[in-house]
Design a protein around this ligand. Structure first.
Ligand code: NAD
Ligand code: MG
Length: 358
């Protein structure tokens, strides 16, 4: 079974990727003496909580469930979970098992970061997005009405367990949105992987086990490498935000929920690529390759109609990835070659976006 490690200054942790993992025994968890609490949502719990209990050899492991969806990633739910942990009498050596998509991973991880000043947690991601992105790297958070992920902590999991088989039940739209983040790794840093995705697009869309495992493994390897180099986003980790400053602006302007995150990132990556072509950093052939692959994955690439260029740029300036006063963007020199542009001219960006929506 492929196994990766995330190498941090203080310690390392494994990422296990294996089809059928949840149908077998997870020895490292089954042998651990500590108390555990499974945290999940109302969609994932009924599908996989029993399998996880079997896999860890604890048919009586308690499960805490909450309604599914981004709208539930709140301080209120976070508080409910913490109080539940206290009522159960969990002590410092207890472990939280986050079973679900990025919403559960972020909320359960943040609760683990805060309960008794920090207890251990394990990620068992069940969406493609969570497998290739949110479960690795230790960012945890909840949303505030003022914005996404405004309260959180860096808290690395003890381990990540990925069973690609659970993707069989993931809704098609969620699956395709996850492919946007997979493709992102190829687009920013790995032209060979990008070519492999082009060659294997049909198999991935059919959710073939071998190809999925391969795509997840390579994505996690990229994420783990970047996190190891830059755990708290002082430098290189920002490359992972390719398409995200544009994407976040679209998510906010359209009200969260119209576009899935991966869909907004798909449009954002295409805009970043096309803007890079316009600035002379990248060739048009590369941006056409990007568009073709995104579209094959069923992902949008065009700026939604009815959005003013000024409004988009204003939101991009507010994005927390923008350094004070200037516009900081991840731009592109072509497939596999993203870079951090520290001082982007807002006027040129506005003109570019106005031409897109014309
Ligand atoms: P999600 O957790 O809302 O899951 C999407 C939907 O799929 C939910 O309805 C869920 O119940 C359902 N679902 C999950 N697994 C399923 C399965 N196997 N079968 C059937 N249904 C299933 O969304 P997501 O896309 O996984 O995560 C998005 C969240 O991740 C956002 O809150 C985002 O901020 C966060 N995120 C965090 C990081 C990070 O580094 N911490 C990175 C990227 C995204
Ligand atoms: Mg993302």
């Amino acid at each position: 079974m492929p196994e990766l490690h995330v190498e941090l200054a203080a310690r390392r942790y494994p990422i296990h990727i294996e089809s059928g993992l949840l149908r077998r025994r997870i020895a490292a968890l089954a042998q651990a003496p500590e108390r555990m609490l499974i945290v999940t949502d109302d969609n994932v719990g009924p599908l996989y909580a029993d399998a996880l209990k079997q896999a860890i050899g604890r048919p009586d492991c308690p499960v805490w469930r909450m309604p599914a969806g981004e709208a539930e990633k709140t301080l209120a739910r976070f508080g409910e979970l913490l109080e539940h942990m206290a009522e159960r009498g969990l002590t410092r050596d207890a472990r939280v098992l986050a079973l679900g998509g990025g919403v559960i991973g972020d909320l359960a991880g943040f609760a683990a970061a805060c309960y008794m000043r920090g207890i251990a947690f394990v990620q068992i991601p069940t969406t493609l997005l969570a497998m290739v992105d949110s479960s690795v790297g230790g960012k945890t958070a909840v949303d505030l009405p003022a914005g996404k992920n405004l309260v959180g902590a860096f808290h690395q999991p003890q381990a990540v367990y990925i069973d690609p088989d659970v993707l069989a039940t993931l809704p098609e739209r969620e699956f395709r949105a996850g492919l946007a983040e997979v493709l992102k790794y190829g687009a920013i840093a790995d032209a060979r992987f990008f070519g492999w995705l082009e060659d294997n697009a049909e198999a991935l869309l059919a959710r073939d086990a071998a190809e999925l495992e391969g795509a997840i493994l390579l994505s996690c390897r990229h994420k783990a490498d970047i996190v190891a180099r830059d755990e708290t986003e002082q430098g290189d980790r920002a490359l992972l935000n390719f398409g995200h400053t544009f994407g976040h602006a679209l998510e906010v302007l359209l009200d969260y929920g119209t576009l899935l995150h991966g869909e907004a990132v798909a449009i954002g990556m295409q805009l970043a690529a096309d803007f890079s072509v316009e600035l002379g950093h990248a060739d048009i052939g590369d941006s056409q390759r990007l568009r073709a692959l995104l579209n094959r994955f069923g992902l949008p690439t065009a700026l939604p109609t009815g959005l003013g260029a000024d409004a988009v740029v204003a939101k991009m300036r507010l994005d927390k990835k923008a350094a004070a006063g200037r516009l900081r963007l991840i731009l592109w020199r072509g497939v596999g070659k993203a870079f951090i542009a520290g001082d982007v001219d807002a006027g040129a960006l506005t003109a570019f976006l106005a031409a897109q929506s014309a």
